[in-house]
Ligand binder design. Sequence first.
Ligand code: GDD
Length: 321
Amino acid sequence: MKKKIALITGINGQDGSYLSELLIKKGYSVHGIVRRHSLAENQDIRINNLNVKTHYGDLLDEVSLMKIIRKVKPDEIYNLAAMSHVRISTEMPSFTIKVNSLALLNLMEIIRNYNDKIKLYQASSSEMFGNSIDKDGYQRLTTPMNPVSPYGCSKLLGYNLINHYRNAYDNFFCTGILFNHESPRRGINFVTNKVVRTAVEIKKGLKKKLILGNIDSYRDWGHSKDYVEAIYKIMQFKKAENWIVSTGNTYSVRDLCKITFKLLNMNYKDYIKQDKRYFRPQELKYLKGDSSRTRRVLKWQPKYTFETMIEEMVNYWSNKL
Ligand code: GDD
């Protein structure tokens, strides 16, 4: 039987690398788009041991997208590439909208004009909800979406475009609204890996302080490895839909610090300083996702807990540093 072909944008990211591993296990031929990087070793740092084929391109360069899609002839495209840092999106709002929304629009148009049988997964985000919370304390598909960052706005535009194209033209365009998801492969300027790595550095005498922004916001944090399983199931479902992917538990950044430092036999209060440079113009205060339908219909279940995920990250940095 012919191998299925997947094309992943953002293949070198945290989710791209875990998804590649999963698709290879499932027997796919996996292709990915990488951007030219001035430090060539950073281009494929998370995937250089994997049997994937990479192609130079850029979401902002439709010509490169068109050429890659013609060459690879994918059955499925996973659009994971994005300007994904919320605070940085406030410094580069225009770039964020171009990469996260306009490029998606171009990708959908290329699919429709080249081969409208190609399935597309779009990485949507819980940041789209902003500070809307249902009365029972959860966010779900019906919760109003009122984003509080250029990043959130860009993802909401992408989400609306996906829904519009699916309804208007009947393409298989699906999305997962993923709540925060982490791992040792997380970029170190996201709060989980920043906290864990710095705590290990403090433990080893390499640093003295951990400097953070707002530590009283709450997030629903899962593990990227669990979440790419959900992405795969979303893509294989008989119908293209929107899905919530979350743990249903919420912790504050303060809880994250408490647990991490405790694992290293330290008290977080002795090491944390706050600096306004890490605060956001408008903060998203509280996330907790209701993924009950995803669990029931797709038979998806996360394996990691918040604690086992932090433990894995602490072990990773303890061995690495
Ligand atoms: N990054 C960062 N750095 N965040 C900090 C810091 C700091 O020094 N100090 C406090 N925080 C707080 C942020 O204000 C936010 O409330 C929380 O930690 C989480 O920040 P991030 O880890 O940067 O993640 P995020 O919630 O803004 O965005 C992530 O999750 C979204 C899903 O809701 C990203 O992965 C997005 O791409 C994703 O869509």
